[in-house]
Ligand binder design. Structure first.
Ligand SMILES: [Zn+2]
Length: 169
């Protein structure tokens, strides 16, 4: 499913929705198209350009910073798809304090890891191994992370995100 970036009336990024949902916002006069994907939605009588970026007509107050859901894609995005022990390509998720030793499934206890590190570490605590973390894991903050966790960022979204290159920092 294609996705579209929704901007606030102030051009700040708000969220990512399906392009179909973005088109409905436009047809309902709730948003205007800023960029198009080049594709089209076809109805019986007409064709509508598929939106890539839309901007809300009315400013929406964002009262709180949404939390980033803890899932595999978001963890890989936070850790730049790098094993947090050796820097290799991450293929799995490791609990720093193993679940079997009471470690929680939380942002500060999960890291991206390659399979060799993950299997060599086993159910041991860090101080029982020679492993060290390249970076202390924390919950990602900021809208850029929310967007990163939502999947691929289209090139025409980048000017609005202002995050090019910072997603893996
Ligand atoms: Zn590794």
């Amino acid at each position: 499913m294609s996705r579209a970036l929704v901007l606030n009336a102030s051009f700040e990024p708000l969220c990512v929705v399906s392009t179909r949902r973005a088109l409905i916002l436009v047809l309902d006069s709730k948003a205007e198209v800023v960029h198009e994907t080049g594709g089209y939605f076809h109805s019986e009588r007409s064709a509508f350009p598929e939106p890539s970026v839309v901007r809300l007509c009315q400013y929406i107050r964002v009262a709180y910073q949404a939390r980033v859901a803890l899932n595999r894609r978001a963890i890989f995005a936070r850790d730049g798809h790098r094993c947090q022990y050796c820097g290799g390509t991450a293929e799995s998720i490791d609990h720093v304090i193993p679940r079997s030793r009471g470690g929680p499934h939380s942002w500060d206890n999960v890291v991206a890891a390659c399979r060799p590190c993950n299997s060599r570490k086993q159910d041991r605590l860090l101080h029982e191994t020679t492993f060290t973390l390249r970076r202390t894991p924390t919950a990602p903050r900021g809208r850029a992370w929310i967007l990163a966790a939502s999947g691929a960022v289209r090139p025409d979204w980048e000017p609005y995100l202002g995050v090019s290159g910072t997603l893996s920092a």
